[in-house]
Structures are given as C-alpha cells and as structure tokens.
Design a protein around this ligand. Structure first.
Ligand code: ATP
Length: 336
C-alpha cells in the first residue's frame, strides 16, 4: 500500500526545486488542481519558513535558496520511497523520537511511520546511555516497523540501518563513512551517528520495532559537544568544512533503508547485505577489545555472521561469536 500524505506545500516546493526556470502560478494551479489563492498562500508559508522564492509577474515563481530546515514539507517534497517515511510526524521538540514512535505504533499508525524532531530533551542510547540532542544541527529520527517475522530477527535491523546511514552519508556528502560494529557510524574515526533499536514483542510475534537514528550533521565545532564525548564525537560539517542539507541526507537514509530492508526480508538474514556491510566495517581485520560484562578479551574481528554477530578470532585461534546486546567493542588504542 502506498500512502501519500504530501501536502500541496510539499508538492509546490518539489516542483520549484526541480525546475531551474520560473514556474507560472497557472501551471501550479493546473498541476495540483488548486486555486490561485491556495498557491499564493502556500508560497507565502514557504517564505515564512525561510525559503527565498522570487515572484515575477507574467513569469511565475522561482526558488532561489532553501534554508537547512527539517520541516515536514522539506522532507516529503524530496522523498521518493514507497513506505519508509511517507507517513511522517515532525516535532519541534520532544523527549525521544523512539518513545513517540512507539506511541504512534500503539495508536495504529502503519509500518514505515517516521518521527523526526528538531530537538530531543531525553535522547537515549543503548543500555541506558544518552544521546546528546541539541537543536538546529542534527537529525533525530525514528522509523517504526510492523514486521511479520519472528522477534529474534529484529536485532539485525540495527545493522541494516547502520549500513543505510553509512551509504546515505557517503552518497549525500562524499565523506568516507564507516561502521563500528554493530551500530555506530563513524567518519575519520569519530562517531557521527548512533542507532537504538527497540522491540515490543510477544514470544513469537512482533508488535512493533522502532529504530532511532541520531546523526550529527551541521554542528559547527567540537566545543558544541559536551566535554566527555569531545574526543569521540564529530559532525559531518566538522569533518568536511562545509554544511549539508539535513532533509536531503534524511531522504537518502530513508531511501537506502527501504531498499535494504526489502532485501533483508527476502531471506530474513543479512546474507545479501553482508558484502555491502563489510565494505564499511571498520573493525574488519582490526584488533578489538570486547567489553563483555562476563569478562573482557581481545582478538581480531574477522567480519560478521549472516545473523549480524561479530566474529572475533582470539589469540589462541578460537573464534568467538559476539552478540551485540551486551557488549561494546573498542579498538585497542582508542574508540575504533
Ligand atoms: P559506544 O560503543 O560508542 O560506547 P554504544 O553503541 O554502546 O556506544 P550508543 O547508544 O550508540 O551506545 O551511543 C551512546 C553513547 O554515545 C553515549 O554514551 C555517549 O558516549 C555517546 N554520545 C552521546 N551523544 C552523542 C552525540 N550526539 N554524538 C556522538 N556521540 C554521542
């Protein structure tokens, strides 16, 4: 089922963005079956949101500049997915987009519903960790899924998302993104993205899964991060020296995720995605320190299994299968 909830405003924005020349008011009316007044109102709303739109009599409208806003229309006007993010909730401020997405799931919203926020007051990470979520510079989003596979498959979705974000960053920014198994996306050995997957399930049935993604995009300087993560966190802007459109990056994330998820469900494991994932896997053939609560050990990561575990070769040659749930992995001399 394709759900399209695009507003006229998003449609008008998309058309203006995609045409280099002026678009006449009449053309906009005809295309969307709305009145001249409706077009005029939509254009004015876009201007209020910070778009610079030129209006020239007898020629029409032309988009001169888009602000880096993460509004609903800015996202929907770009999105060409079938189901990922087509049902979209945008919030200026919230506690945690994962919690919102769970509530929407319970209220009956469909598979693929996505929540995006400008600011999170209680952004969370794995195992009670936090996610620093200031406004204006980052992406905080959660996609909610209602899969009909068994709950034990859900942990692989974290890796599917990590792959999607790494691909999206590479495509949208040209930066070389990598994955620190299982769920961190890294640029120049520093973390730009964290992913938190949460499951609501019975023994043999998934009610819903939410996958939260935080990406540091336009944070201007390391000083913008709290002291304790300044050595390990970075943003795409800090690493490249230039800013990026968050909406455009978000579009890439949702498009890649939809494609990778649809591939994943054909086999319900990662066998068709392992090759792509491994290209981004920074731990591959590198020494890792496995911080297992039952006892830490070191070894060399040899890749992932088809079900997403990290395969670590210990010094005595023994191959360990590392499950993501309980452990953190560190490089021997730092974060990676
Ligand atoms: P790690 O392996 O990096 O410790 P994790 O995978 O166990 O992380 P996550 O949920 O991915 O846990 O991330 C939470 C951690 O990320 C926090 O404990 C903090 O150290 C760090 N962090 C918090 N906010 C940010 C941010 N905006 N950018 C980068 N790192 C952050």
């Amino acid at each position: 089922m394709v759900i399209s909830l695009k507003t006229d405003k998003s449609d008008i924005l998309a058309l203006l963005r995609n045409s280099r020349d002026y678009v006449s008011g009449q053309q906009l009316c005809d295309q969307f079956g709305v009145s001249r007044t409706a077009v005029w109102k939509a254009v004015n709303q876009l201007k209020e949101e910070g778009y610079r739109i030129e209006a020239v009599s007898r020629k029409g409208y032309r988009l001169l500049e888009s602000p880096d806003v993460l509004s609903r229309s800015e996202i929907l006007s770009r999105l060409e997915t079938k189901w990922a993010g087509q049902r979209l909730f945008y919030l200026d401020e919230t506690g945690s987009t994962n919690i919102d997405a769970k509530r929407y799931a319970e209220e009956g919203e469909p598979h693929g519903t996505t929540v995006v926020a400008e600011k999170q007051n209680a952004g969370r990470g794995r195992r009670g960790k936090y996610w620093e979520s200031p406004p204006g510079s980052a992406i905080y989003m959660t996609i909610m899924l209602k899969p009909d596979f068994e709950p034990d498959k859900a942990s692989m979705l974290t890796l599917v998302m990590a792959l999607s974000v790494a691909q999206a960053i590479t495509e949208a920014t040209g930066l070389k993104a990598g994955i620190k198994w299982p769920n961190d996306v890294v640029v120049n050995k520093k973390k730009v993205c964290g992913i938190l997957t949460e499951l609501d399930a019975e023994m043999d049935y998934i009610r819903h899964v939410v996958i939260g993604v935080g990406i540091n995009v336009n944070n201007a300087a390391p000083e913008e991060f709290p002291e304790e993560i300044r050595q390990t966190a970075t943003s795409l802007r800090i690493e490249s020296g230039t800013g990026f459109s968050r909406a455009e990056l978000l579009r890439h994330v949702l498009e890649r995720f939809e494609e990778n998820y649809d591939t994943f469900v054909t086999t319900l494991d990662l066998r068709l995605l392992i090759e792509a994932y491994s290209q981004y896997l920074l731990n591959l053939n590198a020494e890792v320190n496995v911080l297992d609560p039952k006892g830490s050990y070191t070894g060399i990561a040899r890749g992932i299994s088809t079900t997403g575990e990290l395969l670590v070769e210990k010094e005595n040659g023994e191959m360990k299968t590392v499950y993501a749930g309980e452990v953190s992995v560190r490089g021997l001399y730092g974060y990676i």
